[in-house]
Design a protein around this ligand. Structure first.
Ligand SMILES: NC(=O)C1=CN([C@@H]2O[C@H](COP(=O)(O)OP(=O)(O)OC[C@H]3O[C@@H](n4cnc5c(N)ncnc54)[C@H](OP(=O)(O)O)[C@@H]3O)[C@@H](O)[C@H]2O)C=CC1
Ligand SMILES: CC(C)(CO)C(=O)C(=O)O
Length: 297
């Protein structure tokens, strides 16, 4: 089975590394010709306790050949729009897609792709990972990779690709899975990005922890998951602990002066809250804070 990874960022390079550890070669499609050449010629450096060099194939996205059976989409939410023509290209008919984004803005597009006859899966990564350089990824926190089908029928190649070990968890329903991860990201990401701290500080510092918990309470209420509050709070603390050394993806965006995923995460919660007539003052505050930082550039 041939695998394409679209996006040579933190999650894309981590996914390529996890596949390689299971003996599966993938092609990483990068935005730039330069990154693809670097990965191809020098290999990928995967850093955890030690550094491993992984040989892989990499191409610029402009050279997409549509020859792979599985497409794992690992770009951020704001970058999905520019790739839509490629997803819906006739040559992707019969292929399996996995979308590995935080947030909820891609739900409509995933459903349209499924309606257009592709096998579509959604996934959420609970790993902490960051791209240290164009060919270097640091795996700062090991977590679960949870996957669930969006289309009603189609292939399930994930055990074969990732191996039988417990690094993946297959679920039946993608919406609760995405909502649960949304609650985690709406609680962690904006706080780390506004105060420029690693995830672990949100547990250590009682003031940051208080803010995180206020965001958590609002998200749980808006998404109608109050009855699961205790379990979700445990998940939040577990993920924060497991990724304590990580700089969240939103913090990385703010540091790199890139557009963040705040609209797909806190923005989504604010939109639902308005429809339901629920007040979310803490979420609105951090949303405006992040938008303000993006505006400053
Ligand atoms: N980092 C983390 O710890 C975690 C991240 N996530 C989620 O995973 C998703 C990906 O995040 P992450 O990997 O951190 O983000 P990164 O910014 O590290 O990676 C995104 C990659 O996509 C590339 N890209 C953008 N546009 C295109 C395009 N048109 N064609 C090909 N490649 C493109 C970017 O290239 P370039 O850099 O050249 O612009 C970049 O390498 C997000 O939704 C994030 O929230 C989930 C769990 C943990
Ligand atoms: C799991 C976590 C919180 C890791 O930092 C993440 O999803 C992110 O950074 O976007």
């Amino acid at each position: 089975m041939k695998v394409a990874i679209i996006g040579g960022g933190a999650i894309g390079l981590l996914t390529a590394s996890l596949l390689s550890k299971n003996g599966i070669a993938s092609v990483v499609y990068c935005r730039t010709v330069q990154q693809a050449a670097l990965l191809r010629e020098k290999g990928l450096l995967y850093r955890k306790e030690v550094t491993e060099t992984i040989s892989l194939k990499a191409l610029p996205i402009s050279e997409m050949k549509y020859t792979e059976d599985v497409m794992m989409v690992c770009v951020k939410q704001p970058s999905l729009h520019a790739l839509q023509d490629m997803f819906f290209d006739q040559r992707t008919k019969g292929k399996t897609f996995l979308f590995l984004q935080n947030g909820m803005s891609h739900v409509r597009m995933m459903n349209q792709l499924a309606d257009a006859g592709r096998t579509v899966w959604a996934g959420v990564a609970e790993h902490g990972v960051w791209k240290e350089g164009e060919r270097t990824v640091r795996h700062t926190g090991v977590g679960r990779l949870r996957l669930a089908p969006v289309s009603l029928k189609g292939d399930n190649p994930w055990r074969e690709l990732f191996g039988g070990k417990s690094i993946i968890e297959i679920l039946d329903d993608y919406l609760p899975m995405l909502s649960e991860k949304l609650i985690i990201n709406a609680s962690i990401n904006p706080v780390t990005a506004l105060f420029r701290v690693r995830n672990g500080k949100l547990l250590e510092n009682p003031h940051f922890r208080w803010i995180m918990k206020e965001l958590f309470k609002e998200a749980v209420c808006v998404l109608g998951m109050v009855e699961h509050k205790e379990r979700l709070l445990e998940d939040l603390y577990r993920i924060c602990r497991n990724t304590s050394d990580n700089r969240s993806s939103m913090l990385r965006d703010i540091e790199s002066k890139r557009k963040s995923e705040i609209e797909s995460i806190s923005g989504y919660i604010i939109e639902i809250a308005r429809q339901e007539g629920i007040q979310t003052p803490a979420t609105v505050m951090v949303f405006e804070g992040i938008k303000g930082m993006e505006w400053e550039g």
